[in-house]
Design a protein around this ligand. Structure first.
Ligand SMILES: NC(=O)c1ccc[n+]([C@@H]2O[C@H](COP(=O)([O-])OP(=O)(O)OC[C@H]3O[C@@H](n4cnc5c(N)ncnc54)[C@H](O)[C@@H]3O)[C@@H](O)[C@H]2O)c1
Length: 342
């Protein structure tokens, strides 16, 4: 099988990001498969037709069950609101498809566990796309090479400010029935994945959360103090009420040999300081997409995630990050806001 026929479910923000990845990936990288953008699936036919014409999807559908039942679909990619992930991913896995799901994997630990069990026999991936930011890849490499040493601290923030704007139209993101929860599921899930991937399992958690909007039933802000299994301690913070930040995704790791810092607002750099007392912080500019020093962007995280999935598929390896990684993040989320993600 050298061609993979893709059905993408969802034509919103992530629908665009994933469409762009399917379209661009073959131009950037020599991929092990040819990709066919077969079906774009959603709710609104007119919007789907416009999006399909824009991005080059061959067909559209408003019936995800019919799409999953089709023998000519290899990949089912779910870019729908959180509460839709589990049912569709399970149905797609039962139909033997390769299943890709946006983060968070699910809205409850029980659903995430069911998804992992059901999808055990098929390739499965989760779009924790920030792992593929060139600076985050470099951070992982430098940690593996021992340049951080024994880790003392990992701290992360994922901050947005749109919650403050009361004139903003209501979104599914603040509707518990569709979002499953609030900012912890939505944004802290990225920080938790970074924490687990770069610093290992979390052993102990103390957390607080708040809802600022009257009448809202999801968390607007959440903060956790965590102890990792490796003995380091740190903090995770997420908010939709963080005045001044449209989309701050930040983490830093401090260890016996050095410090590493990633900040999405400075996407094309990784900051490194050696623990030599000099106080010098170096700004490293990793590049994977263009020539050295030529900046990459947000969209490349999706293109590179897709490439990783396809390479693993060709080798017969588990996709990474996979549903198992989504489940590990869900376990942490479930402890940060008990009952929210469960
Ligand atoms: N990896 C990332 O950086 C990232 C960024 C944003 C969102 N996400 C995730 O992607 C998924 C989709 O988010 P999005 O930002 O694309 O959302 P969006 O609102 O922009 O698009 C949602 C899509 O789902 C469809 N839909 C189906 N059922 C719906 C319902 N009941 N309510 C609302 N829309 C419904 C909409 O028609 C639309 O096509 C979510 O799970 C979200 O957490 C990931």
């Amino acid at each position: 099988m050298n061609k993979l026929r893709v059905a993408l479910l969802g034509a919103g923000f992530m629908g665009r990001a994933h469409s762009n990845a399917y379209r661009q990936a073959p131009f950037f990288f020599k991929l092990p498969y040819e990709l066919e953008m077969a079906v774009l699936c959603g709710r609104d036919l007119a919007k789907l037709q416009a999006a399909a014409a824009q991005w080059g999807w061959r067909e559209v559908s408003t019936d995800w069950r019919a799409v999953i039942a089709r023998p000519d679909i290899d990949i089912v990619d779910i870019a729908l609101p959180n509460a839709r992930h589990a049912e569709i991913a399970i149905a797609a896995a039962q139909a033997g498809k390769i299943v890709l799901v946006e983060k968070p994997l699910a809205v409850s630990l029980a659903d995430a566990e069911r998804m992992v069990l059901t999808a055990a026999g098929v390739p499965n991936g989760v779009w924790f796309n920030y792992r593929q930011a060139p600076a985050v890849q470099l951070a992982r490499k430098m940690i593996d090479e021992g340049l951080v040493g024994r880790v003392y601290h990992f701290r992360a923030q994922y901050l947005q400010e749109w919650g403050i704007d009361s004139s903003r139209p209501a979104s599914w993101k603040t509707d518990r029935a569709i979002a499953g929860g609030g900012v912890a599921l939505d944004l802290m899930s990225h920080s938790i994945d970074a924490a687990l991937w770069l610093n290992g399992p979390i052993a102990e958690i103390r957390s607080l959360h708040a809802t600022f909007a009257p009448g809202r039933d999801v968390d607007d802000a959440a903060a956790a103090a965590v102890r990792f299994a490796n003995g380091s301690i740190g903090t995770l913070e997420a908010s939709r009420y963080a005045t001044g930040y449209r989309n701050r995704n930040f983490f830093e790791i401090q260890g016996s040999k050095g410090m590493l810092r990633f900040d999405l607002e400075d996407f094309n750099a990784l900051t490194y300081a050696e623990s030599d007392g000099s106080g010098i912080r170096r700004r490293i500019a990793p590049t994977e997409f263009w020539k050295p020093g030529h900046p990459a962007g947000y969209e490349h995280t999706f293109i590179a995630t897709l490439r990783q999935f396809l390479i693993a598929l060709k080798k017969g390896d588990p996709l990474s990050p996979g549903f198992g990684d989504g489940l590990e993040a869900q376990r942490v989320l479930d402890r940060i806001i008990p009952g929210d993600a469960s």
